[in-house]
Design a protein around this ligand. Sequence first.
Ligand code: SF4
Length: 342
Amino acid sequence: MPDGEVLLDVSGLSVRFPTSDGVVNAVDDLSFQVRRGETFGIVGESGSGKSVTNLALLGLLNRRAANIEGTALFKGRDLLTMPPGELRRIRGKEIAMIFQDPFACLHPMYRVGDQLVEAIRAHERVPRRQAAERAIEVLAAVGIPKPRERFRDYPHQYSGGMRQRAMIAMALLLNPDVLIADEPTTALDVTVQAQILELIDRVKKEFDIAVVLITHDLGVVAEVAQTVMVMYAGRAMEQGPRQQVFGKPLHPYTWGLLESIPHVDQKVSRLVPIEGAPPSLIFVPPGCPFHPRCPHRFGPCDQKRPEFRDRGGGHAEACHLSADEKRTLWAERQERFTRAAV
Ligand code: SF4
């Protein structure tokens, strides 16, 4: 388990949105910690609740529109109850974000350098020249070639990968403690995606920060995360160190996800999608929310909610199957899967 300082401590987080069609149960009783020096990967299909979790971490949930329970502590202060002014100061400075689309951060009509300088001066009283030097340093740190020259370019003069790097530079300008990356590589081709993941991993170490990586792609978290949380229907299904979740997965939903991504290290080319679709968050199935799609469901699965419990070493999951049953079933699935692929 990572042993750095706990920067984010989310406990019992539930978020419900009342709508005219019914109550949307977006997040249901989520608890996790993110420590300095680690990348915490949150993975799930769309509608799994990962985006609402992200909004909670950014303090962007509107308490008038949502019923929120639990706490989301950042260095001991609750982001869910903090006054808006304090939240604005933290967001962008102590908790920074990057998105799938760099134009969410970079205005197309202004030079990249000017935008970086203004971002620094919005939070710190420093002379323009000093802010420009800091911006050029950070552009160099994220691998922009000839940063002093490229400082004067407009975003459209950068390639897609360079825009992504510039956005990461923007996020790092004010020395944040936490970087939240929401699907940061989804729009990029595979080569650039690998470079950006490598960069995120490098800046995490160089800047000694925590990264929260939110993605639908289990392959992405496999590359860089130290801790992984798998979400489904607003709940955590499995959580633990990457080696455990990928090496000895305990939950049938994780098994399904693993069988549906390519494994470059295995001679397996056949991918098996999980049958069915995630449920509506207004009509979450009773008991285990995965039961309508689970090939291993049995007696209690459609009645009783499985408890999310630590099975040792920080590896937790929510499933009614016993440890022995899981071991046997996972071994059988792996054998079947490998046989089908050759
Ligand atoms: Fe499948 Fe039941 Fe486990 Fe849910 S609790 S994952 S339905 S076996």
